[in-house]
Design a protein around this ligand. Structure first.
Ligand code: MCA
Ligand code: AMP
Length: 502
C-alpha cells in the first residue's frame, strides 16, 4: 500500500524510540508511541464510518492527541480540517456546513454549543480535550495500535484549511498530499533540519505555519519538538538552552526582545530562528542580531501555497526581504493584466509549483479568479524582486489585516458591524499595533438621528466573531471619506488613525 504523505512523514519514523514530543512537564512521547496513538485513532475514525475523502473537522486545544488526529487522517485518507479554537459557534457552523464534515471533534466546553449545530448538519460530534480525554479518546482506547495504511496518491486531498476572503465568505483551500509533502521536503533540506534538532513549538496547530511548516519538517527530519499548548515567553526562555530552533510570528520575536532575560548567552545553543506569517520589521531583525548575534531567517508563505520564498540558510539573510523563491517554486511579479514586469518593478506576486493548492472547495469561480489556467496563483500580495532575486513584500492587493499572525478580513467585520443598532455603514482598517503588528479599528457612521453605543456594538460582536478578530477600537465619524467613484478611501482612514496605539 502506498500513501506518500503518511509513509514519508509518519511511517518513516515507525519503531523509532527517539523523542518526538517533549511536553512542558518533561513527559516525552517517542515517534513510535505517537504513531501507535495515531493508529488507535485511525481505527476510531474508520469505526465511525468515515471513508477516504470524507472530512474530519477539529476545533480542539493543542495537544499531542490533537496532532495525532492529523496523522490518523493521513493514514486513513480522511481530509483533515483543523479549526481555530477561537471561532464562535456561528463561525463553526459555516465550516461544518460548507465542508460537509462527517465527524467533528471539539473540547467538552464547546459540546453544548456545537451539539445543535452538528445535529442540524448531520455531523457526528465527539469530544477530544486538551488533556487527551473525551469520547473520541474513549473510542480510540483499546483499539489495535497498528493500522493498515490506506492507499492514496500525491494528488489526493489531505487537508482543507479555511481562509477568509475579501467577500467575507471563507473558502476551503484544498491541499493535496503532494502539496504538503513537496514543501516539507524542500524546507527540511533548505533549513538543514536533521534528527539532532529540537524545535521550540509554540504556534497553534490549526494553521499552515504550526501544522505543516513546523511539524512536517520535524517529522521528515525525524527530530524532536518541545511542544507547548500556546505561546509562553517564560517557557521559551527556560527551555531555549535545550533547543536548536524556533519558528514564530514576528510577535514572538518582539516579545522576546522586550524581555531582559533574553540574552546572547541564552541563545548560544540555538542554530536557527525563523519568522513568517506577517512582516518582520527590519528594526526587529537588526535589534535581534544586536542582542543575540543571530540573524532571523524570514520566509513567506500562504495557506494556499505553503511556503514560497525563504532567505538562505548560508548566505545573506536580508532584513526586510522574504528571500528567494524556494527550489521548485516559480515566482513572478506581474502587472494588473498578468504581464510579467522587469526586475525592480512593483507588482502582484504570482507563484507556481508543486506547493500550490488544488483550488477552493466547491467554489470554481473563486478558484478561477485566483488560480490561472497555467498554474500560477495570484497571491494578492504586492512585491518587488531585486537584481539578485530577493523578494520584498511592499503591500497587499487584498483588504486584509494580519494581527499577531492571524488573518482578519475587514469585510467580515464590516458585515457584522453594519447589522448593529444605529449603524448606517462601517469601514474596518488595520492600524499599527506594538504587540500584534496590526490591529483592526472599526470606523462607524450613525444612522440619521441615532447615537451609536460603541460598547454595546462591541459586546454584540462577541457572539459572532472570534475574539482576535474583534476591533480593538470603534470610532464614530460623520461620514466615510470616498473617492469620486464612491469607493471608501481606507488609506485616508488608515492615516488618520495610524497612531491610535502608539
Ligand atoms: C490572541 N489574541 C489576539 C491574538 N492572539 N488578538 C489579536 N491578534 C492575535 N493574534 C487575543 C485573545 O483573544 C485575548 O483577548 C488576548 O489577545 C490574549 O490572548 P492570549 O491567548 O493570551 O494571547 P497569546 O497566547 O499571547 O497569543 C498571541 C500570539 C498568538 C502568540 C501572537 O496569536 C499566536 O500564536 N499567533 C500565531 C498565529 C499563527 O500561527 N499564524 C500563522 C497563520 P482578550 O484578553 O481580550 O480576551 S498564517 C500561515 O500559516 C501562513 C501560511 C504563513 O505564512 O505562515
Ligand atoms: P494566510 O492566508 O493565513 O496563509 O496568510 C498569508 C498571508 O500572510 C500572505 O498572503 C502574506 O500577506 C502574509 N505573509 C506571510 N508571510 C509573510 C512575511 N514573511 N512577510 C509579510 N507578509 C507575510
Amino acid at each position: 500500500m502506498i500513501n506518500p504523505l503518511y509513509d514519508r512523514l509518519f511511517g518513516a519514523n515507525a519503531g523509532a524510540q527517539t523523542p518526538f514530543l517533549i511536553l512542558p512537564d518533561g513527559q516525552v512521547i517517542t515517534h513510535d508511541a505517537f504513531l501507535r496513538m495515531a493508529a488507535r485513532m485511525a481505527h476510531a475514525i474508520t469505526g465511525a464510518g468515515l471513508v477516504p475523502g470524507d472530512r474530519l473537522a477539529a476545533q480542539i486545544a493543542k495537544s499531542p492527541q490533537a496532532l495525532a488526529v492529523y496523522a490518523a487522517c493521513a493514514q486513513t485518507g480522511v481530509i483533515f480540517l483543523p479549526l481555530n479554537t477561537a471561532y464562535t459557534g456561528a463561525e463553526i457552523a459555516y465550516f461544518i456546513e460548507n465542508s460537509g464534515a462527517k465527524l467533528v471533534l471539539c473540547d467538552a466546553t464547546r459540546h453544548t454549543d456545537l451539539t445543535p449545530i452538528a445535529g442540524r448538519l448531520g455531523a457526528r460530534l465527539e469530544v477530544l480535550n486538551g488533556d487527551g480525554t473525551g469520547s473520541f479518546a474513549d473510542m480510540a482506547a483499546g483499539q489495535p495500535d497498528i493500522f493498515a495504511t490506506v492507499s492514496r496518491s500525491a494528488d489526493d486531498l489531505a487537508a482543507f484549511l479555511y481562509t477568509s476572503g475579501t467577500t467575507g465568505r471563507s473558502k476551503g483551500a484544498m491541499l493535496t498530499q503532494g502539496n504538503l509533502l513537496s514543501n516539507a521536503e524542500v524546507l527540511t533540506t533548505h533549513w538543514r533540519f536533521t534528527r539532532d534538532d529540537v524545535l521550540l513549538h509554540q504556534l497553534p496547530i490549526f494553521h499552515t505555519h504550526g501544522l505543516f511548516v513546523a511539524t512536517n519538517v520535524c517529522l521528515i527530519a525525524g527530530c524532536a519538538m518541545r511542544f507547548y499548548p500556546g505561546f509562553d515567553v517564560n517557557a521559551l526562555i527556560r527551555d531555549m538552552p535545550q533547543a536548536t530552533a524556533l519558528m514564530g510570528v514576528p510577535t514572538f520575536y518582539t516579545r522576546l526582545l522586550d524581555d531582559p532575560r533574553f540574552t546572547r548567552d541564552l541563545t548560544e545553543g540555538m542554530r536557527l530562528f525563523i519568522s513568517g506569517s506577517a512582516p518582520l520589521l527590519a528594526e526587529t531583525h537588526v535589534s535581534f542580531e544586536a542582542r543575540t548575534g543571530h540573524r532571523i531567517l524570514e520566509r513567506y508563505g500562504m495557506t494556499e501555497t505553503n511556503m514560497n520564498t525563504s532567505n538562505p540558510y548560508d548566505g545573506d539573510r536580508r532584513a526586510g526581504t522574504v528571500g528567494l523563491p524556494l527550489p521548485g517554486v516559480e515566482l513572478k511579479i506581474t502587472d494588473a493584466n498578468g504581464v510579467e514586469l522587469p526586475r525592480g518593478e512593483i507588482g502582484q506576486i504570482e507563484v507556481r509549483g508543486p506547493n500550490v493548492f488544488k483550488g477552493y472547495w466547491q467554489m470554481p469561480e473563486k478558484t478561477a479568479e485566483e488560480l490561472r489556467a497555467d498554474g500560477f496563483f495570484i497571491t494578492g500580495d504586492l512585491g518587488v524582486q531585486d537584481a539578485d532575486g530577493y523578494v520584498t513584500i511592499v503591500g497587499r492587493n487584498k483588504d486584509l489585516i494580519i494581527s499577531g499572525g492571524f488573518n482578519i478580513y475587514p469585510k467580515e467585520l464590516e458585515l457584522a458591524l453594519d447589522e448593529a443598532t444605529g449603524v448606517l455603514e462601517s469601514a474596518v482598517i488595520g492600524v499599527p499595533h506594538p504587540d500584534f503588528g496590526e490591529t483592526p479599528v472599526g470606523v462607524l457612521v450613525a444612522r440619521p438621528g441615532m447615537v451609536v453605543d460603541t460598547d454595546a456594538v462591541l459586546a454584540g460582536l462577541g457572539a459572532v466573531l472570534a475574539r482576535y478578530k474583534q476591533p480593538r477600537a470603534l470610532v464614530v465619524v460623520d461620514a466615510l471619506p470616498r473617492n469620486t467613484m464612491g469607493k471608501v478611501q481606507k488609506n485616508v482612514l488608515r492615516e488618520r488613525f495610524a497612531r491610535m496605539f502608539g
